[in-house]
Design a protein around this ligand. Sequence first.
Ligand SMILES: Cc1cc2nc3c(=O)[nH]c(=O)nc-3n(C[C@H](O)[C@H](O)[C@H](O)COP(=O)(O)OP(=O)(O)OC[C@H]3O[C@@H](n4cnc5c(N)ncnc54)[C@H](O)[C@@H]3O)c2cc1C
Length: 373
Amino acid sequence: MTIDVLVIGAGMIGAACADALAAEGLAVTVIEREAIGSGATAAGMGHLVVMDDNPAELALTAYSVALWRQLVALDPKLHEYSCCGTLWIAADDEELAVAREKQRTLSEHGIACELLDAASLYAHEPQLRPGLRGGLRVGADAVVYPPKSAALLLARAQSRGAKLRSGQVSAVIEGGVLLADGSAIHAGKVLVANGSASLQLLPELPVRPKKGHIVITDRYPGTINHQLVELGYIKSAHAADGDSVAFNLQPRPTGQLLIGSSRQFDVTDKTVEPAILARMLAHAASFVPALTNLHVLRCWTGLRAASSDGLPLIGPHPSRPNVWLATGHEGLGITTSLATAQLLSAQIAGRQTEIPITPYLPARFEQLGKQYG
Ligand SMILES: Cc1cc2nc3c(=O)[nH]c(=O)nc-3n(C[C@H](O)[C@H](O)[C@H](O)COP(=O)(O)OP(=O)(O)OC[C@H]3O[C@@H](n4cnc5c(N)ncnc54)[C@H](O)[C@@H]3O)c2cc1C
């Protein structure tokens, strides 16, 4: 059987791309070495959030969060989706100014949001510690359970004719891939969508692993109502190097709370590290003191694929013929998966993309222009 596109990886990105490519009528095969959605997709928080660090990030996240709404509207009960909104917390005047600026930017782009003074912040979230300055509420942000959504998208791709194969790709070669068992799969195009492991197949990629810790509690329904994120998060999450923690708290539809998160560059050992975990939990409890009384069920880590400019790589590899990329989504790959799939499939089908594609093209990285393979 001829394969038009072989997708490496059945995480959120590979599953969404397979679905969109199959919808184009292409013969798609997905190859996955472990379980569907078991990589960063299972480790992440699943916060669907419009981010505005730069215009390209805003365009991609806003487009994708809207696509999530459309997807869920097809069958509201199918995806474990909850539109809880994001509440950005301003601890001081400086952060309140950031909240104001964020409100201006988001409003200009048609994203509804409301600036909160301290009284309305506490009315929305009574468990927050006293003394905070206010916040920004973005009501249309949401959360999903990512491995379930990845499995659903892959199932839809399969209903559109896509095939799923189990196996580990050991190398990308001209016209296909080699597997760890020594066999080869030939395909018209190969889409590298295997998250932080994409670096193992294409060492020239400007992508670094960034480890993160997450904790989940027992069920405490009603403790918090929104995904809570500190505005200081913007400073710490984008620290160029070094370990950092930031307050990020999510109410799961089950009543459980997801507590995040940490960021460590170039750490690939997925062992839970008590020191960083303790730092992360202490920081979270400094925002919501009641967390110290809650029962923790489990903690784990995952590896984000961080590109050197913070934007994903979506499009053809500039110097490896017929190799395509959908990687480098860092801490936003669940949010941006559906937009990634649309931008990728439109390029492969030769159609105009819904938003300008240039900021996400792999060709923006000069180092990828050299000849490989
Ligand atoms: C702690 C943490 C919190 C996060 N929180 C959020 C959040 O709130 N919101 C958000 O939008 N994003 C979040 N993210 C980011 C998001 O989880 C990732 O960007 C996204 O899951 C990436 O999906 P992926 O499909 O590219 O990679 P992965 O999910 O890692 O999938 C890659 C797949 O490829 C397979 N694979 C790898 N190598 C091979 C090979 N050689 N052969 C065959 N198969 C292979 C793996 O088994 C895996 O299933 C978070 C990430 C972490 C770690």
